[in-house]
Ligand binder design. Structure first.
Ligand SMILES: [Zn+2]
Ligand SMILES: [Zn+2]
Ligand SMILES: [Zn+2]
Length: 436
């Protein structure tokens, strides 16, 4: 598992956090700033210490979190933290709030020297900024990042890789026969949700299943609120994204979907998708030796959303022509990698059946068909070695029973010299052509 480097992309909306998420966020922030490693956060064990950090030099740091945006934290909360620090034999504590501190709380903390630091919203925003996290204010619009679309060259390469693959091709290479045009690029609005999930599923016989994942990501469609194929998150890379983006190819039509779903809604949906993705049914034996099965659906509170980023993902509508054969394809990707998501590929253009690795690119018409075999969908010209499909092939009698397969040019040459040249018969039965 690789950690996604989104240091400049982490956007956090405090308004959309509950108190438990705020504790996670605080732990993450302090860890990111190098204060130390946080213990796993226990739910509901509030004894004036929500987060316990172990600093690199071996000290214990106690953090108390108060996610009360509109309220003022008074002196009793500072006192409670102080006793928690003493109980833990620690020397340092932080009181973090999204609200303010009362003058009494401030003077009490001051009297304790450097034992307790008070962190209000202003200080918190500053710390977040240093950690590369953007704190979103209420009603503030987030930055929407564009995943940079690929160049025509990269698209052309991928089209050839997908459509032609490892096909035999002579005398020309597929690259020399293929022309690709990007018709349209549509940017799909999406929320990139960065999350971790931790839960143990227990029964009377103990833990039967557990989910522990860090730095996972999903994409929620910003227009329809649906889950976007998890595979596509791989294209949302920091190095391939830009805040401001301007069309670079004038012969391409650009369009963009609209964000119709708000951040909080996207987060709610995202958490449910995450729960669905990590739901698993497990079997186990009870104390009575009876086999049971349990559907383990993670709780909402087991999912911690680290950040939500709004992104536009480019969907490319592509037209590609190999000699005379046209392909219409849909691709998704970024400026360095793409994949074909839609298009009539991987099928023999003569029989319509699935292609195997052994395939051939007809250098006369541009069809990709089953490679030379008893199927007889393609041949290699026995004079010039040109790769040809059955439709483009000719034959002449060789000995009594054998047919010598030829390309059109070589066939023409033999005809001039008086040989009898024939085309292969193509019979059709129903809608599907039938080849003899
Ligand atoms: Zn075929
Ligand atoms: Zn052909
Ligand atoms: Zn030939």
């Amino acid at each position: 598992m690789t950690q996604f480097d989104n240091s400049s992309l982490e956007v956090v909306s405090l308004d959309d956090m509950d108190w438990f998420e705020f504790q996670h966020f605080t732990a993450h922030l302090f860890e990111k700033l190098g204060f130390g490693k946080a213990d796993e956060i226990q739910k509901g064990s509030d004894c004036g210490r929500d987060v316990i950090l172990h600093s690199p030099s071996g000290n214990v740091i106690i953090i108390e979190c108060k996610h009360h945006p509109k309220s003022t934290i008074g002196r009793p909360t500072v006192q409670k933290l102080h006793s928690a620090i003493l109980t833990a034999h620690s020397k340092k504590g932080y009181l973090v709030t999204t609200g303010k501190f009362s003058p009494a709380a401030i003077s009490y903390a001051k009297a304790l020297g450097s034992t307790i630091d008070l962190v209000d919203l202003r200080v918190l925003a500053d710390m977040a900024n240093r950690a590369g996290i953007k704190l979103l204010k209420k009603g503030e619009n987030t930055t929407v990042y564009h995943v940079l679309p690929p160049s025509k060259e990269i698209v052309n390469k991928q089209v050839i890789k997908t459509v032609v693959g490892s096909a035999l091709s002579h005398p020309n290479k597929a690259e020399e026969l293929t022309r690709t045009t990007i018709n349209e690029i549509t940017f799909i609005p999406a929320y990139l949700i960065d999350y971790s999930i931790h839960e143990n599923f227990c029964t009377s016989v103990g833990t039967v299943h557990s989910v522990h994942r860090e730095y996972e990501r999903i994409l929620v469609d910003g227009q329809y609120g649906t889950l976007i194929k998890p595979k596509l998150t791989q294209y949302v890379e920091k190095s391939c994204m830009k805040e401001l983006w301007h069309p670079s190819q004038d012969d391409v039509i650009y369009s963009s979907g609209k964000f119709k779903i708000g951040l909080s809604n996207a987060k709610k949906r995202g958490i449910n998708f995450v729960r669905g993705l990590h739901t698993q049914t497990v079997g186990y034996y009870g104390a009575n030796n009876v086999h049971y099965s349990k559907k383990c659906i993670p709780k909402k509170s087991s999912v911690f959303v680290r950040s939500i980023t709004q992104v536009y993902i480019p969907l490319l509508n592509v037209y590609s022509k190999i000699i005379s054969i046209e392909h219409r394809l849909e691709l998704v990707g970024n400026k360095s990698r793409v994949e074909v998501t839609k298009g009539n590929v991987e099928k023999c253009e003569l029989c319509g059946e699935l292609l195997t690795k052994k395939r051939l690119l007809c250098n006369s018409c541009g069809k990709v068909v089953h490679g030379p075999s008893f199927l007889g969908h393609s041949y290699i010209c026995e004079i010039c070695k040109k790769t040809i499909c059955k439709e483009c092939a000719f034959w002449t009698r060789k000995y009594i029973f054998f047919k010598k397969k030829l390309c059109a040019d070589c066939g023409e040459q033999l005809k001039i010299r008086g040989k009898k040249i024939k085309k292969f018969e193509l019979r059709t039965s129903g809608t599907k052509p039938y080849y003899i």
